[in-house]
Ligand binder design. Structure first.
Ligand code: NDP
Ligand code: MG
Ligand code: MG
Length: 332
């Protein structure tokens, strides 16, 4: 079992005795800044000229300065701008404001893992990565709960980096739910692999292929939508609650038999071999480099993929059907 840390394992006073800069005020940034402040931590938010989120941060009672001012004032700097621009923000605003003894924090390991950001040797480098979207992180904190977090330490010249990371995690409610220690390498590689092969890429491709198979065979798109997309939530909820076992306990015997004999015909040895290739491309940095090139080259292929899927019959059918499903919109 991985070691779990809870409230009793973390000392909030460590982060309360530091000055924290949260750079960025998006999904994660707003959750970290507000919850740290509510935990009695001295927080300032660093935002660029013309930032859309600046007014919101100020309305919520936070002091907003430029990213370089925030980094100069603070001794713990958490970078929560989008991953592809972190290296640029680091070079322009943070690097020259780091002193020995400061700590540089991340919410995801990509830029450290692939060497896009290289911190000076005298600076602690830590990660506190909530395993949930930022808006849930904030809501759970306000309700007295928390979202589980991963913590990791890449550089520890102070000797206190793990205690500092746990203290920060406590400040955003993470230790209420449980914190697991990992490394920048493990967090980055498993996160990229999970979202590509299973959670996002694997799932959307599976849903689309199933939907296309049914509609190309002449079945109504509305029926295909329910079978291949809508019901997925019900199945995944059961897996979330009690693993494959609870899901199979709930479905019919016919469905369970079909699950056993058909699943391995869909996800075959060839699929698994491709997964291993995908993992290798993540590990050797080629995925990260290609993504940075795409991002800084103007996101042309990215936009084309998004448009193509938006016009797919699955999506046009779903948009119509969801208008009729008041309960779906209420849940969102
Ligand atoms: P968002 O895209 O939601 O937020 C971006 C924020 O950065 C906005 O406030 C934006 O300001 C600001 N910003 C953009 N450019 C600059 C700049 N040059 N200087 C200062 N601020 C800038 O990011 P996320 O919260 O999604 O991601 C942040 C980090 O957290 C990433 O490392 C991500 O991997 C990680 N993470 C994200 C999760 C999530 O739930 N989304 C989950 C776990 C980890 P404005 O819009 O006002 O211009
Ligand atoms: Mg990710
Ligand atoms: Mg059925």
């Amino acid at each position: 079992m991985a070691k779990m840390f809870y409230d009793a394992d973390a000392d909030l006073s460590i982060i309360q005795n530091r000055k924290v800069a949260v750079i960025g005020y998006g999904s994660q940034g707003h959750a970290h800044a507000l919850s740290l402040r509510d935990s009695g931590v001295d927080v300032r938010v660093g935002l660029h000229e013309g930032s859309k989120s600046k007014a919101m941060a100020e309305e919520q009672g936070l002091r907003v300065v430029t990213p370089s001012e925030a980094a100069a004032e603070a001794d713990v700097i958490m970078i929560l701008v989008p991953d592809p621009i972190q290296a640029q923000v680091y070079e322009e605003s943070i690097k020259d404001n780091l002193k020995d003894g400061d700590a540089l924090f991340f919410g995801h390991g990509l830029n450290i893992r692939f060497g896009f950001v290289k911190a000076p040797a005298g600076v602690d480098v830590c990660m506190v990565a909530p395993k949930g979207p930022g808006h849930l992180v904030r809501r759970q904190y306000e309700e007295g709960r928390g979202v589980p977090c991963l913590v990791a330490v890449e550089q520890n010249p102070s000797g206190g980096a793990i205690a500092l990371a746990l203290s920060y995690a406590k400040g955003i409610g993470g230790t209420r739910a449980g914190v697991i220690e990992t490394t920048f390498t493990e967090e980055t590689e498993t996160d990229l692999f999970g979202e590509q092969a299973v959670l996002c890429g694997g799932t959307t491709a599976l849903v689309k292929a199933g939907f296309e198979t049914l509609t190309e065979a002449g079945y109504q798109p509305e029926i295909a939508y329910f079978e291949c997309l809508h019901e997925l939530k019900l199945i995944v909820d059961l897996m979330y609650e009690g693993g494959l076992e609870k899901m199979r306990w709930s479905i019919s015997e016919t469905a369970e038999w079909g699950d056993y004999v058909t699943g391995p015909r869909i996800i075959t040895g060839a699929t698994k071999a491709e997964m291993k290739k995908i993992l290798a491309e993540i590990q050797d940095g080629s995925f990260a480099r290609a993504w940075m090139d795409e991002y800084h080259g103007g996101l042309k292929r990215y936009a084309a993929y998004r448009t193509a899927d938006s016009e797919h019959l699955l999506e046009t059918t779903g948009r119509q059907l969801r208008k009729l499903m008041s309960w779906v919109n209420e849940e969102a």
